[in-house]
Design a protein around this ligand. Structure first.
Ligand SMILES: C[C@](O)(C(=O)O)[C@H](CC(=O)O)C(=O)O
Length: 306
């Protein structure tokens, strides 16, 4: 398996200490297309969003490895030059299963993924009552992922996440991250931080390992902007709710309008064009590019203007 362009690209970004990789959370093709259109250097495939959009379920470990890997792979395939960082929850089982999951993510062209130390009946890191596996079990997950990466001759980036802060405290959480890095993880992710002091301290305590920051709207971690995250020394910051919050607010507004008034009024841009209509959505998803490709290859189905 050759090294993927996207994983190498992400590794280059991580090697540049001046660069902070800012990733909007996306959960499906349309939200990913919109983030790509706006021009982000990398995307984050949220597990919570995958559960909500593919299953209509909360983030409680209900997605299978194939739900997650297939969703991540579809998103990664939209633009292979833009790295996709994907949620891999607990790795979906013991070391054998974690290795299989890693192989699936690699084959799907994902650039990076995170593995955590919750039990497999996991929950969102910003909910109460999280249960953990012991450090040995967690490290075995990371080791299995690193071994699968070696077997596949891949350069996929492994992000170690710990949820230990809530029940075991800061020191134990940092020890778990250090053990995960020793077992082959490239990046450290302390989940559920509650203070700006912790946010600053963990970067120092994990040096020189790049650190990952999770900005969940409505979660337990204080929200800071990209400039502040960069000043603290973070390498990656994700905003996992970007797609979910947009859909939640936008769909609610439009559904209410239809229910209350019996119609949905067209939205317009400042220069009077319809905004968000059918053509905009198709074009965002590559309508013109599809027609051009078909024609160039000698196809005739889309030779007329769509
Ligand atoms: C990052 C996360 O794993 C995700 O699935 O996006 C979640 C965030 C969320 O539930 O919004 C988490 O922090 O556990």
């Amino acid at each position: 398996m050759a090294q993927t362009k996207a994983a190498s690209r992400l590794r280059q970004m991580l090697a540049d200490s001046e660069q902070l990789v800012v990733c909007p959370g996306v959960h499906d093709g349309l939200t990913a297309r919109m983030a790509l259109h706006v021009g982000f250097d990398a995307l984050y495939m949220t597990g919570a969003g995958t559960a909500a959009s593919r299953l209509g379920q909360p983030d409680l470990g209900l997605t299978t490895v194939d739900d997650m890997a297939n969703n991540a792979g579809m998103i990664a395939g939209l633009d292979r030059s833009v790295p996709v960082i994907a949620d891999a929850d607990t790795g979906f089982g013991g070391p054998l299963m974690v290795a299989r999951a890693t192989e699936k993510y690699i084959l799907q062209g994902v650039a990076a993924f995170h593995l955590e130390d919750q039990v497999t009946t996991k929950r969102c890191g910003h909910l109460l009552g999280k249960e953990l596996v012991d450090t040995g079990t967690y490290v075995a997950r990371i080791r299995a992922a690193a071994e699968a990466r070696r077997r596949m001759e891949s350069d996929i980036v492994i992000i170690a996440r710990t949820d230990a802060l809530q029940s075991l405290g800061y020191e134990e959480a940092v020890n778990r991250l250090k053990a995960a890095v020793a077992a082959g993880a490239d990046v450290a992710f302390l989940e559920g931080m509650r203070t700006k002091e912790q946010m600053a301290q963990v970067v120092k305590d994990l040096t020189p390992t790049p650190c990952f920051l999770n900005m969940v709207g409505g979660g337990v971690t204080p929200l800071i902007n990209a400039a502040e995250a960069k000043a603290l020394g973070y390498s990656i910051v994700i905003w996992p709710m970007a797609g979910l919050t947009s859909v939640y607010l936008g769909m609610r507004e439009i559904c209410r309008e239809l229910k209350e008034t019996g119609e949905i009024k067209e939205r317009h841009t400042a220069d009077g064009q319809v905004d968000g209509g059918v053509r905009d959505v198709f074009e965002l998803c590559g309508l013109s590019a599809c027609g051009e490709f078909d024609k160039k290859m000698g196809g005739t189905s889309f030779a007329y203007k769509c």
